[in-house]
Write a protein that binds this ligand. Structure first.
Ligand code: AMP
Length: 288
């Protein structure tokens, strides 16, 4: 397995593979790899000949310097995990290589970025699409795998590839969870044992929302209220938002469509704080 840190070297490697007729599957990450990332890598193996994983903690997408500085960076563990997962190349550029002096171009996302996470995290998705566009430019993938845990990110990157004719097939991989239902996240290691125990209220709130959705006379308001009640019962949890939304437009819905539950492809998403750790999660409401 190769580890590459220079964008031009990365592109040369990918182009050489492409000339040999090899397709490239790409998994962009910020490192601190866990079983959720591994599932994305396995998915990429099923869809392409060679898999590239990028590891880059992107300063452009962080709202808080403290969050950026405290983000875990176990690079040796990550490189070993990629090797064990059969990755062909790890792309781990330095911040100086990604944003050299004189760097000035940004990609501006559209309306999808104004919903959900958008208002509370100004500039976040601009940072995400800018770095994804740069990573695609260096890695030149045929297909890229994103997790549905970051559902809005997956939707915005799908639009990026389509709108800018990048030709990268964007796949949304289902959320990978711990046995007790908590979605795997690099930030989970920062939870105290008490916060970790409390954090099961996050998937619990989504389960309550789904149960409410499938009940008689359900509405987005009653579904949201069911989720909020579960989080508010947990003293260590602080709810930032809970939203029931159309999974194509990400716009909050006020009905489930023609009076039929399930007619709209609706999802619920929540963002919940435990101390200074922010967790997000979501699920479809009417999937079978
Ligand atoms: P990150 O390293 O947190 O930026 O995540 C890299 C990719 O892994 C993103 O596409 C995430 O959505 C995805 N990912 C992170 N955690 C999970 C999870 N528990 N299940 C599925 N995908 C995930």
């Amino acid at each position: 397995m190769l580890t590459i840190s220079d964008p031009a070297e990365m592109r040369a490697w990918s182009q050489a593979r492409a000339r040999r007729g090899r397709s490239i599957g790409f998994v962009p990450t910020m490192g601190a790899l866990h079983a959720g990332h591994r599932a994305l890598i396995d998915d990429a193996h099923d869809r392409a000949d060679d898999v590239v994983v990028s590891i880059f903690v992107n300063p452009l997408q962080f709202n808080e310097t403290a969050d950026f500085n405290s983000y875990p960076r176990p690079i040796d563990h990550d490189v070993a995990a990629c090797e064990a997962a059969g990755v062909a190349a790890v792309y781990a550029p330095t911040a100086a290589a990604m944003y050299p002096e004189g760097f000035q171009t940004r990609v501006v996302p559209g309306a999808l970025a104004d919903q959900m996470e958008g208002p509370g995290r100004p500039g976040h998705f601009e940072g995400v699409v800018t770095v994804v566009a740069k990573l695609f430019g260096a890695v030149r993938p045929d297909v890229a795998i994103f997790g549905q845990k970051d559902y809005q990110q997956f939707a915005i990157v799908t639009a990026l590839s389509a709108d800018l004719d990048l030709g990268v097939d964007i796949i949304g991989h289902p959320i990978v969870r711990e046995r007790d239902g908590l979605a795997l996240s690099s930030r989970n290691v920062r939870l105290t044992p008490a916060q970790r125990a409390a954090a099961i209220c996050v998937p619990g709130s989504l389960d309550a929302a789904r149960a409410a959705a499938l009940g008689a006379d359900s509405s987005p308001a009653s579904v949201r209220a069911a989720a909020v009640a579960v989080i508010e019962r947990e003293p260590l949890a602080r709810l930032e938002y809970a939203t029931v939304f159309d999974q194509r437009s990400l716009v909050e819905v006020d009905g489930f469509g023609e009076g039929q539950p399930g007619a709209a492809p609706a999802r619920i998403a929540v963002a919940v704080w435990f101390g200074d750790v922010r967790l997000i999660d979501n699920r479809e409401l009417f999937e079978t």
